[in-house]
Ligand binder design. Structure first.
Ligand code: ATP
Ligand code: MG
Length: 578
């Protein structure tokens, strides 16, 4: 986990060392410099040593505090700035790693971790880590060095006076402070964990609510949603108050102990006739010891909060991903498009098999329709080809090469995929189509839109191709969204085209026109069409009939009508237009 922070820090070693060095100067000038100057100046200005000062000496002594303050000021600014530069760089790298990881996590991960949770992790957790990191880089250096400086001064006094009482006094209180700080810190970590959990729940609730605005209005779930949200915010409030109460209790504990120490010092002074200048510089040194302790206590509490968030980010960053570049990867520039499934077993959850010893051969350049009852495994089958999921057993071959031996980038370049629920990005129509192939020219984009029968309606929009489609394409109709998703797949011009219910929202006429456009690809591309509308897809080369995760039959339409009763019945229900 720590390596996440140290690795980027290594690259900024000089900044970091500079920041630390300046923090040392700051701490020593504060912890040692101030009491030392007081011890030096007080006897002169209070005339305790019965010596008159000349004007020059007076100026010298009176300007000493300003000199120490100047050293403190310059070192303070330089140390803070240097460490902040490091903090910003570390956090940018952490966010980049987080986002990069999200692009490569297996899809099963997103089933278990809803988007709201991940958004919370990406925004809140990184913000907490950044805030803590910034504070730590400042205070974790300033306070210990101040403590060290003050401690050094106490040591210097003891050596001078051969009297270790004050030092012992201070040392006696120190472990009590440290012990209470550590105890509170441990409790606080648990409480901070609870706060982060609640924040994630709220984020999840918000994200779900926003993605189902229509359903909530339609089913009048506003109050139900509000009650759940209010419950989450109240739990969050309670958890936050616990964190605050632990954090603020550290200061008074240390202060009370410091007051006890100073009380003892006063009593000792009374009995041992300690000089005023010695006593005042000593009290100041003691104070300068306790102040950083108090701050360090609060810092310790903050670190616990940051640790919780960093642990969660680290957990995500260290999640295993599928091997995208196998060591012995087979080269593949452009494939023919022949696919073979050999005894493939697959399940989303370990105990529920979805595909069972599934074998099928799909020849290059031919078109296939995947049909079967809902839940039979058609979409799952299609998603295994670009390795959205890893098979549990058996193998999938592309042009007789096992797809696990191909670089993931090479494999996915061969496939244009329209999923069952395509998503449009909140961008223009033009850019949404272009995402299928970032190198496509304007002519290619328009040609793809024509093939998908989208050009007509696009030109009817006020801004044509520059029209913004809204969040997830919410400004367009379901059929328009599907046609843009189709155009996006067409512009990719890949050897394998997979369409999962890609025309389900279109009217029968548009569907037929698109099927004709797809037929033109015959001989050039391997096309897989998943559809319940059998009347528009029965003219493909072959049909694969799925049932309960198995391949029930495979063959041309006419043959299956007579040999496969399930297909015949599906065709009767969904195919003959009745
Ligand atoms: N992400 C998922 N996590 C867990 N189980 C899933 C997931 N997606 C699908 N399933 C399950 O896998 C089985 C097959 O689903 P699949 O989506 O492949 O069916 P389908 O044949 O495409 O159905 P439909 O025609 O309704 O789209 C179903 O039982 C479904 O509940
Ligand atoms: Mg499906």
């Amino acid at each position: 986990m720590k390596s996440l922070l140290w690795k980027p820090l290594k690259a900024m070693r000089s900044r970091w060392i500079m920041g630390m060095a300046m923090a040392m100067v700051y701490g020593l000038s504060r912890g040692f410099g101030i009491p030392f100057v007081i011890k030096l100046v007080f006897p002169k200005v209070f005339r305790l040593d019965a010596m008159d000062l000349g004007l020059g000496s007076l100026l010298f002594y009176c300007s000493l505090p300003a000199f120490v303050a100047a050293i403190q000021g310059v070192s303070y600014v330089l140390s803070i700035y240097s460490m902040q530069v490091c903090a910003v760089a570390v956090m940018s790298e952490l966010r980049r790693l987080f986002f990069e990881k999200l692009q490569h996590l297996p899809l099963t991960y997103f089933n278990k971790n809803p988007s709201g949770t991940l958004i919370a992790r990406g925004l809140q957790d990184t913000a907490v880590v950044q805030a803590v990191f910034q504070q730590v880089t400042l205070d974790a250096l300033r306070h210990p060095t101040t403590l060290l400086g003050a401690f050094a001064y106490l040591g210097y006094l003891c050596v001078q006076k051969a009297d270790v009482f004050f030092l012992l006094l201070f040392l006696g209180v120190l472990p009590v402070c440290v012990f209470s700080i550590r105890f509170i810190g441990r409790r606080l970590r648990l409480k901070a964990q609870a706060v982060q959990e609640e924040l994630m729940h709220i984020s999840e609730r918000l994200s779900q609510n926003l993605s189902a605005v229509r359903e909530i209005r339609a089913f009048q779930l506003e109050r139900y949603e509000l009650e759940k949200f209010a419950k989450s915010t109240s739990l969050l409030g309670k958890a936050q108050l616990k964190v605050i109460s632990y954090t603020i209790s550290i200061g008074p504990i240390v202060e009370a102990l410091a007051a006890l120490g100073i009380g003892a010092a006063l009593a000792y002074t009374y009995f041992h006739s300690i000089a005023f200048d010695e006593f005042s510089s000593l009290c100041l040194a003691l104070y300068l010891c306790y102040a950083p302790l108090k701050e360090l206590g609060q810092l310790h509490a903050k670190i616990q909060e940051g640790r919780v968030s960093l642990e969660r980010i680290a957990k995500l960053i260290h999640e295993p991903t599928i091997e995208s570049n196998p060591k012995d990867a087979l080269p593949l520039a452009v494939c023919q498009g022949a696919l073979r499934f050999e005894g493939v077993d697959f399940s989303y959850a370990s105990n529920l098999p979805v595909l069972k010893c599934f074998s099928a051969v799909l020849q290059a350049g031919k078109s296939y329709a995947l049909v079967g009852p809902s839940g039979a495994g058609k979409s799952t089958f299609a998603q295994l080809i670009p390795r959205f999921y890893e098979v549990d057993g058996g193998s999938i071959f592309l042009d007789e090469l096992p797809i696990t031996r191909l670089n993931l980038e090479d494999l996915r370049r061969q496939i244009a995929f329209v999923p069952q629920d395509p998503v449009l990005f909140n961008d223009t129509i033009y850019n949404n189509i272009r995402m299928g192939n970032l190198k496509a020219s304007q002519e290619q984009i328009e040609a793809a839109a024509r093939d998908a029968y989208a050009h007509g309606f696009i030109m009817e929009q006020e801004h044509g191709y520059a029209t913004q489609v809204g969040d997830r394409g919410s400004c367009l109709s379901g059929g328009q969204r599907q046609r843009i998703a189709l155009a996006r797949a067409f512009v990719r011009n890949a050897p394998i085209l997979i369409l999962d219910e890609a025309t389900s929202s279109l009217d029968a006429h548009s569907d037929q026109l698109i099927q004709k456009a797809i037929q033109k690809l015959r001989g050039h591309k391997t096309v897989l069409i998943i559809s319940h509308r059998l009347n528009t897809v029965h003219c493909v080369d072959e049909i694969l009939v799925f049932e309960g995760g198995r391949l029930l039959a495979q063959g041309p339409h006419a043959e299956l009508l007579s040999t496969c009763p399930l297909y015949a019945s599906l065709y009767k229900t969904h195919g003959d237009g009745s």
